[in-house]
Design a binder for this molecule. Sequence first.
Ligand code: FCB
Length: 427
Amino acid sequence: MTTFPDGFLWGAATASYQIEGAVREDGRVPSIWDVFSHTPGATDDGHTGDVACDHYHRYAEDVEIMAWLGLRAYRFSVAWPRLADLGFYDRLVDALLARGIAPVATLYHWDLPQDLQDEGGWTNRDTAYRFADYAGRVYDRLGDRVATWTTLNEPWVSAFVGYGSGRHAPGVSDPAAAFTAAHNLMLAHGLGVQALRAAGASSVSITLNLTPVLGDPGPARLVDGLANRLFLDPILRGQYPPDVLDHLSRFTEVNLDDLPVIAQPVDVLGVNYYTVNRVVADPAAEGTPEYPGSRGIAWEPPRGRPTEMGWEVAPSGLEDLLVRLAEEYPGVPLMVTENGAAVPDGVADPDRISYLESHFRAAHAALEKGADLRGYFVWSLLDNFEWARGYHMRFGLVRVDYDTLERTPRDSARWYRNVIARNGLPD
Ligand code: FCB
C-alpha cells in the first residue's frame, strides 16, 4: 500500500460561478463573469453560468454525494456578488458539518462584482481595500464554522488571463494593466489576511496555480518568473525577485512599500497543479500576452496524449513542484487545492482515474522527500462551467446532465471513494 499520513485531508473543489447558477436570486449583483459570458464570442457556444449545475438549489443533494464519497473536506468559493445575503453559505456550511466534512472557503474565485470593475477592477488599488472589507464581513458570518480560509484563487489567471490576454473576464488586453492587477491582487491578499486575523481566523491561506517550466534555460527562467516567482516571492518572502521586478518595470511601476502587507504569514499554501510549460528560444516567436514580454519564446506542444484541455499529463511536474516549494519556501505547509483532468464525457472515465492515480503517487513521492503536504482536493466534484470553454470541458468526478441536471457518479468517483476509505493506493 502507498499510504498517506493520518488525517490527510482528501477533498474535492468547486467554485461559485462554475456551479451555483441562481445568478439573479437573493440580491446577487452582476459579476464580471456574468457580463463577460453574455458578451458574444467570449465563451465557447456562448455558454454562461446562469444555471450552471444549479448547485444553489441542489446543494443538499451535492453534500449527500460528498458524504457518500467520504470526503473529509470540501473546497468551495463564496461569491462576492452575494454579499448582501450570505444565507446560502450558512446553509451549505451547516450541511457539510452535519456530514463531518470540513468546509474550506475561498473568498475570491474570479467573480468580481461588476460595479467594482466599472471603477477599474483589479487595476484600481481601492479594490484591494474593498476585498479586505468583504473578507471580514464573510468571516463574521461563517468564521465560527469554517476551519480554513483562502483569500484568492490563482491570482496569475485573474491578472494575466483577465487583463493580459483578455481570454477571461473582464476581457482586457493590456500588459501594464495585467502587472498592476497582479500587484493589487497580492495587496488584496495581504489586507485580506489582516482582516481575517483581526476577525479571529486561525488558518489562512492563498491558492496559486504553479506551473513548472521546462526547456531552454533563459526562456524557462523568464516564464518561471512570471508564472510562479512573481507571486511566491512577494507573498512568502516579502520581495519581488530582482529579475522579475526588472522585467515588469518595462511595463509599469509597483509600490514596493506594499510588500510588508503582502507578506503576511500564511498557515497553508494552496497549490493548483495541472500540467507543465515547455518553452524554447525562437527568434521568430511572438510570445503570448499571458506572459508579457515573451517575444522570442515559443511554447512546445504537449508530449504524449493530452487531456481535453490540450494539457500535457505530467505527474512528475507535481512531485518536482512540491519538493521545490518545500526546499525554496520552507516552513509553509502545502495543500493541493486543485488537480484533475477534463476527459471525454461518459460515466466510464478510465483516463481520469489514471490521471488522478499518477498524480496521487507523485504527491506521495513528494511527501517521502520531505514536502509537508496536508491535503489534496480533486478538481472537480461536478462537471461545471469551465470559463471560456463553457460546458464542453468535463472535469467532474460526478457527471452532470445539463438537460435534467441529474448527477451521476462516474467510475472515478467510486475509485476515489476507495482511495479515501483506505487512505491510499494499492501498490
Ligand atoms: C483552474 C481554475 C478552476 C478550473 C480549473 C480547470 O485554473 O481555478 O476554476 O477552471 O482550472
